[in-house]
Design a protein around this ligand. Structure first.
Ligand SMILES: [Zn+2]
Ligand SMILES: [Zn+2]
Length: 268
């Protein structure tokens, strides 16, 4: 059984109403050993002037440490964050790394060229080639961010809300950028997340199984599991499938990060 769900949001994120305690209680019920709280830090939206309610990380930290004490030692709570990359926001992300005692940071790409591919307007009037291309290029750029992060979040996020009939099929150019992304992740020892918050997308994970096979073929061995849950009932979603997939591809360990150090737990 997967020991750690490292990507979860609670009511401190603008798109969740779930109390941190309820999310952790669900993780405990499911038998997880580690539960990561990774609220949105959407400085990408701010950089583009897009509307967003900023996450109050100070308030989150206080509640996190209250709950961490309450759940120990049955469940180990980990304090993370999901940084949404934008090159202009790098100094601020670096400063947050100094200010908060994160166990780890997930680096994600959400907004690209001023729009978030989670929403339909990102794709309006755009061909798949350019819409996906801009996203993958930005992910590649995010790997050179001048601040610390441990995990690359939901690679392939642009597929989730895409309107194209063959949305899971990537072009040769997309695949070549994707390979560069994975090579850079391997070089920098950044773990690639297997994210299961993909309802209605035609795949059970992001990256898709095909993408994960490329990562493995390029030497990638560091993976994490993240349900990216925003509600208690979605904590750990599809973890059995994620584990089956990871094993089938050839991965042998799950990564967990504590105090910014990597632990490797055997894949059961
Ligand atoms: Zn995300
Ligand atoms: Zn997330």
């Amino acid at each position: 059984m997967i020991p750690a769900d490292l990507h979860n949001h609670t009511a401190f994120s603008p798109d969740s109403e779930a109390p941190l305690s309820a999310m952790a209680a669900r993780a405990e019920e499911l038998g997880f050993r580690y539960f990561g709280v990774t609220e949105h830090v959407d400085l990408d939206y701010e950089a583009y002037g897009m509307e967003i309610v900023p996450t109050d990380l100070e308030a989150c930290r206080a509640e996190f440490f209250r709950q961490k004490a309450a759940f120990a030692p049955r469940l180990e709570l980990l304090f993370g964050a999901e940084f949404a990359f934008h090159p202009d926001a790098s100094p601020r992300y670096a400063a947050l790394n100094e200010r908060f005692p994160f166990d780890y940071v997930i680096q994600s790409v959400h907004a690209v060229e001023g729009k978030d591919p989670y929403f339909a307007d990102y794709f309006e009037g755009r061909e798949k080639e350019g819409a996906y291309g801009a996203y993958f290029e930005r992910v590649l750029e995010s790997l050179d961010a001048p601040y610390r992060f441990e995990i690359l979040g939901h690679v392939g996020y642009c597929l989730r809300g895409a309107p194209y009939p063959d949305k899971l099929t990537l072009s040769p150019r997309h695949l070549s950028v994707l390979d560069e992304i994975f090579r850079a992740a391997v070089r920098r020892e950044i773990a690639v997340e297997i994210n299961t918050n993909v309802r209605g997308c035609g795949t059970l994970t992001l990256p898709t199984p095909e993408m994960l096979r490329r990562y493995f073929a390029l030497g990638g061995r560091l993976i994490t599991f993240g349900s990216d849950a925003h509600q208690p009932r979605r904590v750990g979603e599809n973890r059995d499938w994620a584990e089956h997939l990871a094993r089938e591809i050839g991965f042998t360990e799950w990564c967990v990060f504590q105090n910014r150090k990597r632990l490797l737990l055997p894949l059961g």
